[in-house]
Design a protein around this ligand. Sequence first.
Ligand SMILES: [Zn+2]
Length: 109
Amino acid sequence: MTVRDVLNKKKRYIAILLYFSFAIFLLGFLFSVIFPAFAVIGFWGFGIFFVTLGYAYFGIRCPVCRGIWGILAMRSGTPFSISRKLKFCPYCGVDLDSQDERMLLNRTG
Ligand SMILES: [Zn+2]
């Protein structure tokens, strides 16, 4: 697994959670027009969305140096992967397409 694979995996997971919670938020409030109890579900979707957004900013880190990729990872590339134009980590300079052994030392799980 390369450094890019690790970042893509995390971004994909976060993107799915973001879309899913936003859909819950929208549907919850749409249905609350007819069934007021659905507003609770809408609030949950809203809450999960913002918690996930916070995680996206601080949780997407370089697996080698733990540098915070957050905005850089989320704004570039497709919704499910980081941009192909990004070749190196801006913090430690590791090649994203390499399998750096320091990555394994910092792995948290
Ligand atoms: Zn790095």
